[in-house]
Ligand binder design. Structure first.
Ligand code: HEC
Length: 92
């Protein structure tokens, strides 16, 4: 029993954190952001490019702007979204 528990722990530990975080970030982006900011996050004439946006700017934006709606996301979700947006940035 003890042995099984420690094996389970090891298999969790070797799952790279970025893999799950990026899956979460991409899911949030596809569901909530893609419709306005586009598939690559590059935006268009009316919507800004949000690839590689700093965390502070992302947090502010999620409170909503003029046309940008407000989103209630917890810290883990915001961190995952931030990591995903950074991965979209061609300069990162
Ligand atoms: C209904 C369209 C719409 C949706 C959906 C939307 N946005 Fe926006 N977003 C905008 C617009 C338009 C702006 C520019 C500011 C304004 O006019 O409101 C903006 C601004 C931003 C900014 C600020 C960019 C800067 O340069 O400071 C960030 C960051 C951002 N959005 C991220 C997101 C994320 C992340 C999501 C998904 C959770 C999202 N947006 C969903 C329309 C949208």
């Amino acid at each position: 029993m003890l042995r099984a528990a420690s094996l389970l722990f090891v298999s969790f530990a070797v799952t790279p954190a970025w893999a799950t975080e990026n899956g979460l970030g991409q899911g949030i982006f596809n569901t909530n952001c893609i419709i306005c900011h586009g598939e690559t996050g590059a935006g268009d004439d009316e919507t800004p490019d949000i690839r590689g946006i700093p965390l502070g700017a992302l947090r502010r934006a999620l409170h909503g702007f003029d046309k940008m709606p407000e989103f209630a996301l917890d810290d883990d979700a915001v961190a995952a979204l931030h990591a995903y947006l950074r991965s979209l940035d061609p300069e990162s």
